[in-house]
Design a protein around this ligand. Sequence first.
Ligand code: 13P
Length: 253
Amino acid sequence: MKKQKYVIGNWKMYKTLSEGLSFVDEMTKLLLDVDRTKVIFCPPYTALFEMKKQLNGTTCELGAQNCHWENSGAFTGEVSCSMLSELGVQYVILGHSERRHCFGEKDEWINKKIQALLAYKLVPIFCIGETLEEMESGSTKDVLEHQIESGLRDISNVGNVIVAYEPVWAIGTGLNADSIQIERVHKFIRKKIEKLYSIRESENVSILYGGSVNPQNVESLILTQGVDGFLIGGASLKTESFYHIIKTVEQYS
Ligand code: 13P
């Protein structure tokens, strides 16, 4: 059976509640005939509650952009998995490079967050990726290996985790990794998961690519071996580009 493809929009710190609601209203009308691709919107926290109501009855789903691993406590500014779960959030992006690099997110925290999310039956979208310096010095595989090993430490049900390979140098730069690079890296990630778990489990894990995906490059990227979909930043903020990307993925699903 063909694996389901994903198109996930990471809105980062863009769109107020009203902007988000009108965007989703327009998108869900356009997406009525999309049924083979899982479309997930990840808005800022402030839009989650109302957007969940708006997405009810559609095939699109809702994700958050971060969470804390504790259920509750004196953690000013944080939001827990139970809070997200009660809102009807199904997915949470974790370990995004902006959180790792701007907010000092550590591998151990990401691991704790993955454990907490799985306990709440939420799906972690576990982001990994190397910086430009790391790529240029030939250490991409070492970096990814370390991120995978520490992020997945003591996780038994890896089949419930989505991995997103997002090379830091490709995020928001207009410079996407090419098909050859992506195929090689996705193969490496799957092999690493196979070593930690089993062939069957590694085959079940969805591995997405993220980093400057746009309407021009989406066709060649979705045809790349081992790509199960995309995590999109900039191009998920405009209806025309996000719709074009989703329709292209749907065409090859
Ligand atoms: P861009 O698509 O804007 O490069 O961002 C990718 C990203 O960070 C998605 O999480």
